[in-house]
Design a protein. Structure first.
Length: 279
């Protein structure tokens, strides 16, 4: 796994056409990120049966929405729901030109599935973002197909990086584990926040205060971890005084069948389910 440290093409200077197929929450976040980084709305075509008002408003700046004329795109981002893919993907085959790179952020849909539905030899990148992309703090893992050129990979990286960090992996088989860790991971953090708030209320705190404390603690700890060069284990140890209150709590959380074991089982379950959904 690696991040790209090569110079990336500037979206402000991008002279091609990007087609966004599906402009729901994740597709909309990507579009907002692209335009925020300088991509001209006139460079974007949106294929979306029910475009939201903010997307419709961009039409005044040149964004093309469901154009009737035939177009070809330099990059196509597939952001439709996985269950609608069999109906949605064949229709976008007409957008694919010989040099087009198709970037799919659909969970569970493999490159093989996409290749079977798209024109032969289409360059395909499979990617998995997560919901913090909505605020530009997501992380996306991408797996390029065998026909993806360095230039196409750079374009894909630039488009995906509009919502946060991007990591690349060579083995697509790892995408189910990626989905289980980072794709589904925000839900685990939200559950931790819920559980911490309930525990605070059970210890006697007013419910609303417990919820504010839990929310601020999780958010602040995440930001501290993001800014720190220390790993999570060291940050944890730095909060823990021997024989103190934190140590007493960690004795419970780190016991056999504690949090680490539960998390391992949870990620394993999500990974298995991802493989089942992929068929």
């Amino acid at each position: 796994m690696s991040t790209s440290h090569e110079p990336l093409p500037s979206l402000a200077d991008f002279a091609g056409t990007v087609a966004l197929v599906g402009a729901g929450k994740m597709g909309g976040a990507l579009l907002e990120g692209w335009i925020g980084l300088g991509l001209a709305p006139a460079r974007v075509v949106v294929i979306e049966p029910q475009p939201a008002a903010p997307i419709m408003a961009l039409a005044a700046r040149g964004l093309r929405i469901n154009p009737p004329e035939k177009i070809s795109a330099d990059a196509i981002v597939l952001a439709v729901k996985p269950q609608t893919a069999p109906e949605a993907i064949p229709a976008i085959g007409a957008l694919v030109a010989p040099a087009t790179v198709v970037i799919s952020i659909m969970a569970g849909r493999t490159r093989g599935f996409l290749a079977a539905a798209l024109p032969k030899n289409t360059a395909i990148v499979r990617a998995m973002p997560n919901t913090p992309a909505a605020i530009g703090r997501g992380i996306t893992v991408a797996a390029p197909g065998p026909g993806v050129t360095p230039a196409q990979r750079q374009i894909a990286h630039a488009l995906l990086a509009a919502t946060g960090a991007v990591e690349w992996i060579a083995d697509e088989a790892l995408m189910d584990a990626v989905t289980a860790v980072s794709g589904s991971g925000p839900a685990y953090v939200f559950l931790l926040t819920e559980a911490l708030a309930r525990a605070g209320a059970a210890a006697g705190l007013p419910r609303d205060l417990a919820e504010r404390l839990a929310r601020a603690t999780v958010a602040g700890s995440g930001e501290l971890m993001r800014r720190s060069s220390l790993d999570a284990a060291t940050l944890r140890a730095n909060v823990t005084s021997p024989g103190g209150t934190t140590a007493a709590a960690l004795d419970v959380l780190m016991a056999k069948d504690g949090l680490a074991d539960l998390m391992e089982r949870a990620v394993a379950a999500a990974t298995r389910r991802g493989r089942e959904l992929a068929g």
